[in-house]
Design a protein around this ligand. Structure first.
Ligand code: NI
Length: 201
């Protein structure tokens, strides 16, 4: 084999090995980056509009623990109850609540404009931020947080409709990573204690 060919085959073989190694390592790295062992795949980047009309992202809240709840302002029962529990828990936390940013994300962006959200969040806690966005924005964050939502079946006779949705509080760390979730049966006392434990742990 001429020396040049030997050189070329060696170069080609090296390139193949490198390509195979990159192809093998890439998915592993990506998986590792998105889901460190034992950490739930909840959360991620988002871009939404706050109730004051500002465009915000997950980075806006970095440095604070986000306490998120997903629902809608037309909700007749569960959402108002849960937001009251959230507010009461924040009050129980006292000064510790400074480390927490409570956020209410609508899953009904069609009706929940920034203005509607502003009026609504004012009923609960002064620190509560309401977030809305386009249908795509909301679909994206709901997917990231694994939130189920769908328009409830009705007879179509009324312009008022209900939304089915999962009812869970999510506590995210100051880096935006998932820390803990609380189900809707959690009362204010348990929620406050759970947050306090997560903040000190
Ligand atoms: Ni609701």
């Amino acid at each position: 084999m001429p020396r040049r060919w030997v050189f070329l085959s060696v170069t080609f073989a090296t390139a193949l090995v490198l390509a195979a190694a990159i192809a093998y390592l890439m998915p592993v790295n990506q998986v590792a980056r998105h889901a460190p062992a034992g950490q739930a795949l909840v959360g991620g980047p988002f871009e939404l509009t706050s109730h004051t009309g500002e465009r915000v992202s997950e980075k806006t809240f970095h440095g604070k623990h986000m306490l998120l709840y997903f629902g809608y302002t037309y909700c007749p029962d569960v959402c108002p109850t849960e937001l009251q529990v959230m507010s009461a828990a924040l009050d129980k936390l006292g000064g510790t609540a400074d480390q927490v940013q409570p956020i209410f994300v609508t899953i009904d962006p069609e009706r929940d404009t920034a203005k509607t959200m502003a009026t609504y969040v004012a009923n609960f806690h002064p620190k509560l931020i309401g977030l809305t966005g386009s249908a795509e924005d909301i679909a994206k964050i709901a997917k990231a947080y694994r939130v189920y939502y769908a328009r409830a079946k009705d007879d179509g006779s009324s312009s008022e409709y209900l939304m089915d949705h999962s009812s869970i509080y999510y506590l995210m760390g100051p880096d935006g990573a998932f820390k803990k979730h609380f189900t809707y049966t959690t009362d204010a006392e348990k929620l406050a204690n759970g947050i306090k434990a997560a903040l000190s742990g």
